[in-house]
Ligand binder design. Structure first.
Ligand code: KG4
Ligand code: ZN
Length: 347
């Protein structure tokens, strides 16, 4: 059988990424992270589109060079079609379509959230089907039941903020730069989870994180004297700043512990309800060291098989787009050159 080589492009948010894979093996995985957004405390869509325009050709070129191939070796071009920032998606999709046309090769459209799930297939020992995946990113929090590379269904999701947003908003409240998730993770390692933030009571497999943000705001508004808040104790700005400075590590550890417990309790329920005990994690928040350790320990305790992608395939990357596209190629699932991206889309 001839081998299948795919060039994949990811541009849904603030990373411009390209990867090459041959027969499901990643030969290169190049990511250009956009720094321009840091000073704004969040991704600025217009600036993201412009940065993708600057980055896309050099990033694709680097991916081909690293894989040691020329465009002549490409059998199909894949791109992220949805969901994401529309201007950002347009840059990657337009580039991929042009390249497919120029090379006279098929085009493959990929759903970003499905790709996060299938990042687990890049492991040396990938999960057998069916498996459950907790996908936790800056925009999504989902429990996905994955029956095959091309069949998956969301069985639980957030009704408000995503887990990554909970990390990022906490970081913002604490005065840390965007994206704050990795910093909260780093500081949590130095602290103890001594503050007990409430766990929301949501039925079934859905999540909620907006209440956590509110309770952190209240907690800081009265400089940690939560019990005093009801009597409307409002700390001065100086008091608040000093409290955060003195307790930063413990606050981060406490928030992180609560986010993890919210996630893990629902995963435990999903295992119970489905009877499937192969559990994966995916998405930017799966880079969180506390979540990775907790999943592994919970798996050992409860007899699950657990799977965690390598760091480079957790946050946004094109390797996950490539592996998803490879399975679509095998299923003869190609896209017309007239396809357009969309900002939102169900799986
Ligand atoms: O999957 P991703 O790269 O982009 C989206 O599709 O959203 O996820 C980005 C999110 C951000 O919210 C970021 O703060 C979070 O993942 N994140 C982390 C860590 N690394 C990235 N959150 C907690 N701990 C980390 N180590
Ligand atoms: Zn993502």
């Amino acid at each position: 059988q001839p081998s299948i080589t795919i060039l994949a492009i990811e541009s849904s948010c603030d990373e411009t990424a390209a990867a090459v894979c041959t027969d499901g093996k990643i030969l290169s995985n190049i990511i250009a992270t956009q720094k321009v957004h840091e000073q704004y405390g969040g991704v600025v869509p217009e600036l993201a589109s412009r940065a993708h325009m600057e980055n896309i050709v050099p990033v694709v070129d680097a991916a081909l060079k690293k894989a040691n191939i020329t465009t002549a070796a490409i059998d199909a071009v894949a791109f992220t079609q949805a969901p994401g920032l529309i201007g950002a998606l347009l840059v990657g999709s337009q580039f991929a379509k042009s390249m497919a046309l120029a090379l006279n090769k098929p085009l493959i459209s990929v759903h970003h959230m499905q790709a996060h799930v299938l990042a687990n297939l890049l492991l040396d020992n990938p999960p057998a089907f069916p498996f459950l995946c907790l996908t936790v990113s800056g925009g999504h929090t989902q429990i996905v039941l994955c029956e095959s590379p091309t069949q998956m269904k969301v069985i639980g999701e957030t009704i408000d903020d995503a887990a990554g947003e909970a990390f990022d908003k906490t970081a913002k409240i604490l005065g840390l730069p965007y994206p704050g998730g990795p910093l909260v993770d780093k500081y949590a390692k130095e602290g103890k989870a001594i503050y007990k933030f409430p766990e929301p009571k949501i039925d079934g497999l859905n999540f909620s994180f907006s209440g956590l943000k509110t309770s952190i705001l209240y907690f800081l508004q009265n400089a940690g004297k939560s019990n005093v808040y009801k009597e409307e104790y409002i700390a001065t700005e100086a008091e608040r700043k000093a409290f955060i400075e003195d307790n930063l590590y413990n606050i981060c550890a406490s928030v992180q512990e609560r986010i993890i417990s919210i996630l893990m309790n629902k995963v435990k329920l999903a295992v119970k309800q489905t009877g499937i005990n192969r559990v994966c994690i995916a998405g930017g928040v799966s880079a969180n060291s506390g979540l990775r350790t907790t999943l592994q320990q919970t798996g050992e305790q409860l007899g699950w098989q657990t799977f965690i992608p390598a760091f480079e395939f957790c946050t946004d990357n094109a390797g996950m787009i490539a592996i998803t596209a490879y399975h679509k190629f095998l299923a003869n699932d190609f896209a017309p050159l007239s396809i357009t991206p969309s900002a939102s889309s169900s799986m």
